[in-house]
Design a binder for this molecule. Structure first.
Ligand SMILES: [Zn+2]
Length: 330
């Protein structure tokens, strides 16, 4: 039995495996520029962020109907359950769909068809987080938030993703203020490829409660001290960092130093179909390569539930935490 954990940094579009991409392409009459799943899997061996993003957006063309989004989410939930995920807070990128003529309702209701039955089907409780693409305009983000208003009973929070450098958090001040006024929780990618100041800005200007990635905080000791003092969770994605060359190799990952510094770190998979593994694979990789002790792994699992948006269900959080404490490593 794998260690129970929450996954807090997961882009549902990044869970599209080559087999499902071809299945959905056939169902929707979309022609993919790849002969078969082997050739597509080869394309998944991209070398940098831009080639990843090109492929990521290209493949989204196969996602058209509610059924497609339901199948995508169910495929993720099944894999996550097998790796010990008990609670998943799932990002989605509506702008990447709206721009292709797929409506907000199709995306949200399709995902919800899977998420609403996830507890019975997969034993995973879920939350849904709407992400803005930071390389799109602030106006587009605001329009996206407005388009989501009929579906806010399905959406827990907002996030900020895609290419970071040159798109500082401050650009999205107004849309985050509007999201807060609607009662939405706030997170943002910051300090992955962007500088530590982006993390500070995400906290001070956007009011985020969690920082996605955030590993470049290690360049700024005062920021580290603040993150420790304020117990701000960081959602790290080690295998993603290696594939996108944020770190040279997994052995160079700052996770052990971050834990030693007292940071509230969690381990997540980001875009698992593209980056070589799901949540449990990330745990296995850091255990193997970084030599994390069982107590460190248990701390990471505990942190994931402490950092989860379960404030409306504390009883459940306590139950998950008890599962972590009771866990015996094989
Ligand atoms: Zn991400």
């Amino acid at each position: 039995m794998p260690l129970p954990k929450a996954e807090l940094h997961l882009h549902v579009e990044g869970t599209l495996e080559p087999e499902l991409a071809f299945e959905l392409a056939a169902r929707n009459g979309v022609k993919l520029p790849y002969a078969d799943t082997d050739e597509l899997r080869e394309a998944y061996r991209f070398q940098d962020l831009q080639s990843f993003l090109n492929l990521y957006y290209e493949l989204m063309a196969v996602l058209r109907t509610e059924q497609d989004f339901e199948d995508l989410a169910n495929a993720y939930l099944a894999r996550a359950a097998a790796q010990g995920v008990r609670h998943a807070e799932i990002f989605f990128d509506p702008q990447a769909h709206l721009s292709r003529g797929v409506e907000m309702g199709t995306v949200v209701e399709g995902l919800w068809r899977a998420l609403g039955r996830s507890e019975e089907g997969h034993g995973i409780s879920t939350r849904l987080i709407l992400c803005f693409l930071r390389d799109e305009s602030a106006e587009s983000a605001m329009e996206t938030l407005q388009a989501a208003r009929p579906y806010l009973d399905r959406i827990t929070g907002v996030g900020l993703d895609s290419a970071e450098v040159g798109h500082p958090p401050v650009k999205f001040r107004e849309v985050y203020e509007a999201a807060a006024a609607l009662g939405l929780r706030r997170v943002a990618h910051a300090g992955e490829e962007g500088p530590p100041q982006y993390i500070t800005e995400a906290l001070d200007v956007l009011g985020v409660e969690r920082v996605d990635h955030g590993l470049r905080c290690m360049e700024d000791p005062e920021l580290v001290a603040r993150l420790v003092r304020e117990r701000i969770p960081l959602t790290l994605c080690p295998l993603s960092n290696v594939r996108l060359r944020t770190v040279d190799t997994l052995a160079d990952h700052p996770l052990p130093a971050m834990l030693d510094a007292g940071l509230l770190c969690t381990v997540n998979s980001d875009d698992p179909a593209y980056f070589g593994g799901y949540a449990g694979d990330n745990f296995d990789a850091v255990q193997r390569t970084l030599g994390l002790t069982e107590e460190r792994l248990r701390e990471l699992a505990r942190n994931s539930f402490l950092a989860a948006f379960l404030d409306d269900d504390e009883e459940r959080r306590q139950r998950y935490l008890a599962e972590v404490e009771a866990y015996t490593f094989p």
